[in-house]
Unconditional design. Structure first.
Length: 248
Protein backbone atom coordinates (compact mmCIF):
# COMPACT_ATOMS: atom_id res chain seq x y z
CA UNK A 1 0.00 0.00 0.00
CA UNK A 2 1.35 3.41 -0.90
CA UNK A 3 0.44 7.02 -0.32
CA UNK A 4 -0.41 8.95 -3.46
CA UNK A 5 -0.66 12.65 -4.24
CA UNK A 6 -3.19 14.71 -2.34
CA UNK A 7 -6.65 15.08 -3.78
CA UNK A 8 -7.29 18.64 -4.90
CA UNK A 9 -10.67 18.52 -6.65
CA UNK A 10 -13.58 16.17 -6.07
CA UNK A 11 -13.98 15.27 -9.73
CA UNK A 12 -15.29 11.72 -9.27
CA UNK A 13 -12.29 10.11 -10.97
CA UNK A 14 -11.34 7.01 -8.97
CA UNK A 15 -8.74 4.47 -10.06
CA UNK A 16 -9.38 0.77 -9.47
CA UNK A 17 -6.51 0.54 -6.99
CA UNK A 18 -7.17 3.82 -5.17
CA UNK A 19 -8.76 4.67 -1.84
CA UNK A 20 -9.90 8.27 -1.63
CA UNK A 21 -10.37 9.76 1.83
CA UNK A 22 -12.04 13.15 2.04
CA UNK A 23 -12.41 15.13 5.24
CA UNK A 24 -14.20 18.36 6.03
CA UNK A 25 -14.40 20.85 8.87
CA UNK A 26 -18.06 20.74 9.89
CA UNK A 27 -17.91 23.91 11.96
CA UNK A 28 -16.93 25.89 8.87
CA UNK A 29 -20.04 24.64 7.04
CA UNK A 30 -22.70 25.33 9.67
CA UNK A 31 -23.81 28.50 7.89
CA UNK A 32 -24.83 26.38 4.88
CA UNK A 33 -27.06 23.99 6.82
CA UNK A 34 -30.33 25.40 5.47
CA UNK A 35 -29.05 24.85 1.93
CA UNK A 36 -27.68 21.38 2.66
CA UNK A 37 -30.66 19.98 4.59
CA UNK A 38 -32.80 19.50 1.43
CA UNK A 39 -30.10 17.15 0.03
CA UNK A 40 -31.13 14.54 2.60
CA UNK A 41 -33.92 12.10 1.80
CA UNK A 42 -37.08 11.91 3.91
CA UNK A 43 -35.85 9.17 6.33
CA UNK A 44 -32.67 11.15 6.97
CA UNK A 45 -34.62 14.36 7.51
CA UNK A 46 -36.93 12.55 9.94
CA UNK A 47 -33.96 11.15 11.81
CA UNK A 48 -32.43 14.61 12.04
CA UNK A 49 -35.66 15.96 13.52
CA UNK A 50 -35.49 13.39 16.33
CA UNK A 51 -32.23 14.78 17.72
CA UNK A 52 -33.05 16.71 20.88
CA UNK A 53 -29.63 18.35 21.18
CA UNK A 54 -28.72 20.88 18.46
CA UNK A 55 -25.02 19.99 18.09
CA UNK A 56 -25.50 16.30 17.17
CA UNK A 57 -28.36 17.25 14.84
CA UNK A 58 -26.19 19.75 12.97
CA UNK A 59 -23.33 17.23 12.77
CA UNK A 60 -25.66 14.57 11.40
CA UNK A 61 -27.15 16.85 8.74
CA UNK A 62 -23.79 18.17 7.56
CA UNK A 63 -22.18 14.71 7.54
CA UNK A 64 -24.99 13.13 5.53
CA UNK A 65 -25.06 16.03 3.08
CA UNK A 66 -21.28 15.79 2.64
CA UNK A 67 -21.59 12.04 2.05
CA UNK A 68 -24.29 12.52 -0.57
CA UNK A 69 -22.33 15.23 -2.35
CA UNK A 70 -19.18 13.09 -2.42
CA UNK A 71 -20.87 9.89 -3.57
CA UNK A 72 -22.88 11.85 -6.12
CA UNK A 73 -19.62 12.98 -7.72
CA UNK A 74 -18.31 9.42 -8.02
CA UNK A 75 -21.65 8.05 -9.24
CA UNK A 76 -22.27 11.08 -11.49
CA UNK A 77 -25.73 11.68 -10.05
CA UNK A 78 -27.33 14.43 -8.00
CA UNK A 79 -26.82 14.11 -4.22
CA UNK A 80 -30.51 13.42 -3.57
CA UNK A 81 -30.43 10.59 -6.13
CA UNK A 82 -27.91 8.57 -4.10
CA UNK A 83 -29.71 5.53 -2.69
CA UNK A 84 -28.63 3.47 0.32
CA UNK A 85 -29.53 0.12 1.76
CA UNK A 86 -28.61 -1.57 5.03
CA UNK A 87 -26.42 -4.67 5.05
CA UNK A 88 -26.92 -7.66 7.35
CA UNK A 89 -25.18 -6.16 10.37
CA UNK A 90 -26.45 -2.62 9.86
CA UNK A 91 -23.61 -1.23 7.75
CA UNK A 92 -24.95 1.17 5.10
CA UNK A 93 -24.03 0.50 1.50
CA UNK A 94 -25.01 1.81 -1.90
CA UNK A 95 -28.12 0.34 -3.50
CA UNK A 96 -27.72 -0.66 -7.14
CA UNK A 97 -24.18 0.67 -7.46
CA UNK A 98 -22.03 -2.44 -7.52
CA UNK A 99 -18.30 -1.96 -7.33
CA UNK A 100 -18.20 1.20 -5.24
CA UNK A 101 -17.53 0.89 -1.51
CA UNK A 102 -17.67 3.69 1.04
CA UNK A 103 -17.58 4.40 4.74
CA UNK A 104 -18.15 7.49 6.86
CA UNK A 105 -16.94 8.57 10.28
CA UNK A 106 -17.45 11.76 12.22
CA UNK A 107 -16.27 13.21 15.47
CA UNK A 108 -16.66 16.60 17.08
CA UNK A 109 -16.29 19.08 14.20
CA UNK A 110 -14.88 16.69 11.56
CA UNK A 111 -16.23 14.16 9.08
CA UNK A 112 -14.16 11.70 7.01
CA UNK A 113 -15.38 9.65 4.04
CA UNK A 114 -13.52 6.79 2.35
CA UNK A 115 -14.43 5.71 -1.19
CA UNK A 116 -12.87 2.89 -3.22
CA UNK A 117 -13.51 0.20 -5.83
CA UNK A 118 -10.88 -2.11 -4.33
CA UNK A 119 -12.96 -3.82 -1.64
CA UNK A 120 -14.66 -3.40 1.70
CA UNK A 121 -13.45 -0.23 3.39
CA UNK A 122 -13.67 1.35 6.81
CA UNK A 123 -12.55 4.73 8.12
CA UNK A 124 -12.53 6.15 11.62
CA UNK A 125 -11.68 9.56 13.03
CA UNK A 126 -11.60 10.60 16.67
CA UNK A 127 -10.71 13.81 18.44
CA UNK A 128 -8.15 13.16 21.16
CA UNK A 129 -9.89 13.45 24.54
CA UNK A 130 -8.42 13.30 28.03
CA UNK A 131 -11.56 12.43 29.98
CA UNK A 132 -10.77 8.71 30.06
CA UNK A 133 -8.27 6.22 31.44
CA UNK A 134 -6.35 4.95 28.38
CA UNK A 135 -4.36 2.19 30.10
CA UNK A 136 -7.43 0.78 31.86
CA UNK A 137 -9.48 0.84 28.65
CA UNK A 138 -6.69 -0.82 26.71
CA UNK A 139 -6.44 -3.59 29.30
CA UNK A 140 -10.17 -4.18 28.89
CA UNK A 141 -10.59 -3.96 25.11
CA UNK A 142 -7.21 -4.21 23.35
CA UNK A 143 -5.13 -7.27 22.61
CA UNK A 144 -2.27 -8.01 25.01
CA UNK A 145 0.32 -6.72 22.52
CA UNK A 146 -1.57 -3.45 22.04
CA UNK A 147 -2.08 -3.03 25.76
CA UNK A 148 1.61 -3.60 26.46
CA UNK A 149 2.52 -1.14 23.69
CA UNK A 150 0.28 1.57 25.13
CA UNK A 151 1.66 1.04 28.63
CA UNK A 152 5.18 1.52 27.23
CA UNK A 153 4.34 4.98 25.89
CA UNK A 154 5.31 8.08 27.89
CA UNK A 155 2.42 9.20 30.09
CA UNK A 156 1.96 12.47 28.20
CA UNK A 157 1.53 10.60 24.90
CA UNK A 158 -0.84 7.89 26.03
CA UNK A 159 -4.08 9.68 25.18
CA UNK A 160 -3.04 10.32 21.57
CA UNK A 161 -1.56 6.81 21.36
CA UNK A 162 -4.78 5.27 22.64
CA UNK A 163 -6.86 7.00 19.97
CA UNK A 164 -4.34 6.13 17.26
CA UNK A 165 -4.78 2.46 18.12
CA UNK A 166 -8.53 2.76 18.66
CA UNK A 167 -9.20 4.36 15.26
CA UNK A 168 -7.17 1.68 13.50
CA UNK A 169 -9.18 -1.06 15.21
CA UNK A 170 -12.47 0.72 14.49
CA UNK A 171 -11.56 1.18 10.82
CA UNK A 172 -10.99 -2.58 10.46
CA UNK A 173 -14.20 -3.51 12.29
CA UNK A 174 -16.22 -1.04 10.22
CA UNK A 175 -14.72 -2.38 7.00
CA UNK A 176 -15.63 -5.96 7.96
CA UNK A 177 -19.20 -4.81 8.59
CA UNK A 178 -19.75 -7.49 11.22
CA UNK A 179 -20.26 -5.17 14.16
CA UNK A 180 -19.75 -6.55 17.65
CA UNK A 181 -19.27 -10.10 16.34
CA UNK A 182 -15.53 -9.33 16.04
CA UNK A 183 -13.78 -9.37 19.40
CA UNK A 184 -11.52 -6.35 19.87
CA UNK A 185 -8.75 -8.53 21.28
CA UNK A 186 -8.85 -11.00 18.36
CA UNK A 187 -6.61 -8.77 16.25
CA UNK A 188 -3.91 -6.20 16.82
CA UNK A 189 -2.64 -3.00 15.22
CA UNK A 190 0.39 -1.18 16.61
CA UNK A 191 0.49 2.47 15.41
CA UNK A 192 3.74 3.95 14.14
CA UNK A 193 5.13 7.48 14.59
CA UNK A 194 3.74 9.92 12.03
CA UNK A 195 1.92 8.79 8.91
CA UNK A 196 2.46 5.30 7.66
CA UNK A 197 1.17 1.90 6.75
CA UNK A 198 -0.07 -0.23 9.63
CA UNK A 199 0.52 -3.92 10.15
CA UNK A 200 -2.71 -5.77 10.92
CA UNK A 201 -2.36 -9.04 12.82
CA UNK A 202 -5.38 -11.33 13.04
CA UNK A 203 -4.56 -13.78 15.78
CA UNK A 204 -5.23 -17.40 14.90
CA UNK A 205 -5.90 -16.52 11.26
CA UNK A 206 -2.69 -14.97 9.89
CA UNK A 207 -3.87 -15.51 6.32
CA UNK A 208 -6.64 -12.93 6.93
CA UNK A 209 -4.04 -10.28 7.70
CA UNK A 210 -2.55 -10.61 4.22
CA UNK A 211 -5.85 -9.64 2.57
CA UNK A 212 -6.00 -6.26 4.28
CA UNK A 213 -4.17 -2.95 4.11
CA UNK A 214 -4.32 -0.19 6.71
CA UNK A 215 -3.04 3.34 6.92
CA UNK A 216 -2.77 6.11 9.49
CA UNK A 217 -4.13 9.46 8.31
CA UNK A 218 -3.11 12.97 9.31
CA UNK A 219 -6.30 15.06 9.53
CA UNK A 220 -5.06 17.56 12.10
CA UNK A 221 -3.02 17.85 15.31
CA UNK A 222 -5.89 16.98 17.68
CA UNK A 223 -7.31 14.18 15.51
CA UNK A 224 -6.40 10.55 15.02
CA UNK A 225 -7.68 8.64 12.01
CA UNK A 226 -7.14 5.42 10.05
CA UNK A 227 -8.49 3.65 6.99
CA UNK A 228 -8.66 -0.11 6.31
CA UNK A 229 -9.42 -1.82 3.00
CA UNK A 230 -9.77 -5.46 2.01
CA UNK A 231 -7.17 -5.23 -0.75
CA UNK A 232 -3.43 -5.03 -1.31
CA UNK A 233 -1.19 -2.96 -3.58
CA UNK A 234 -3.46 0.04 -3.25
CA UNK A 235 -2.82 3.75 -3.17
CA UNK A 236 -4.35 6.04 -0.56
CA UNK A 237 -5.06 9.64 -1.50
CA UNK A 238 -6.20 12.21 1.03
CA UNK A 239 -8.10 15.41 0.35
CA UNK A 240 -9.76 18.20 2.29
CA UNK A 241 -13.07 19.39 0.94
CA UNK A 242 -13.99 22.02 0.19
CA UNK A 243 -10.61 23.58 -0.45
CA UNK A 244 -9.44 26.18 2.04
CA UNK A 245 -11.56 29.32 1.77
CA UNK A 246 -14.26 27.66 -0.35
CA UNK A 247 -17.75 26.68 0.73
CA UNK A 248 -19.90 23.66 0.04
Amino acid sequence: MAVGPDLIEMDGILGNNEIHVWHTDLTAQEAAIDRLFPLLDHPEQSRAARFLVPEPRVQFILSRAFLRIALGRYLQVEPREVRFRTAEHGKPELAGAGGLYFNLSHTDGTTAIAVTRSGRVGVDVERVRKNLEPVALAARFFSQKESDWLRSQPAERRFAAFFACWTAKEAYIKACGSGLSIALDSFGVIPQPGDGELNLQTYGKPEDSRRWSMWQLDLGPDLRSAVAVEAVNCQVRLGRWPAAGAKI
